[in-house]
Write a protein that binds this ligand. Structure first.
Ligand SMILES: CC(C)(COP(=O)(O)OP(=O)(O)OC[C@H]1O[C@@H](n2cnc3c(N)ncnc32)[C@H](O)[C@@H]1OP(=O)(O)O)[C@@H](O)C(=O)NCCC(=O)NCCS
Length: 144
């Protein structure tokens, strides 16, 4: 497994993983647009994309980090997915570790607030569970 920043040429592979991982409704509702935003240099959102590759250098998972436009050093762990053929191999956990490392570096040691909305809070060690919405998503926060 290797994790790296996504290149513009990775966009079709990321879409392929996302289409397999999310149901069609959710993919069309917001996933597709958010992937596009990560590669749109004119987008007002600061969204960075990471990809995980397998031993054949094929992209099998991805995850994004968003940075608040309004408050310094406030970050969100955004979309992340693993292709269903490659789940339970630690890709999501490793991409999440890489995203947290990225945030630590980007906040230049000044401290950062990291937020995530997730249905699997157990992956996020040390995060505080702030609330759970009525769709079952936990809003978690951590200072790093
Ligand atoms: C959820 C998802 C990202 C997991 O990817 P993955 O690469 O298989 O995850 P990992 O192998 O890194 O597993 C991470 C941990 O989460 C657990 N986990 C993974 N999917 C889970 C699920 N659906 N429910 C509960 N726990 C789950 C694993 O057991 C593992 O725990 P462990 O390390 O203690 O064994 C993947 O199934 C997916 O893309 N789902 C659809 C998209 C999605 O829901 N993304 C947002 C997640 S909030």
């Amino acid at each position: 497994m290797a994790i790296r920043r996504a290149l513009k040429t990775d966009i079709s592979s990321i879409r392929r993983v996302a289409m397999a991982a999310y149901d069609k409704y959710i993919y069309n509702l917001y996933v597709k647009d958010e992937i596009d935003l990560a590669f749109d240099k004119f987008s007002p959102y600061d969204l960075k994309m990471f990809v995980a590759t397998n031993e054949n250098l094929k992209i099998v998972a991805f995850g994004a980090v968003g940075r608040s436009m309004f408050m310094n050093n406030v970050f969100e762990l955004r979309l992340a997915a693993t292709h269903p053929k490659h789940i339970n191999n630690g890709y999501y956990r490793q991409i999440t570790e890489t995203r947290l490392e990225y945030i630590k570096n980007a906040s230049k040691g000044l401290g950062a607030l990291v937020q995530v909305s997730t249905k699997i809070p157990q992956v996020y060690e040390g995060f505080i569970d702030v609330f759970t919405n009525n769709l079952g998503y936990h809003c978690l926060q951590k200072i790093i």
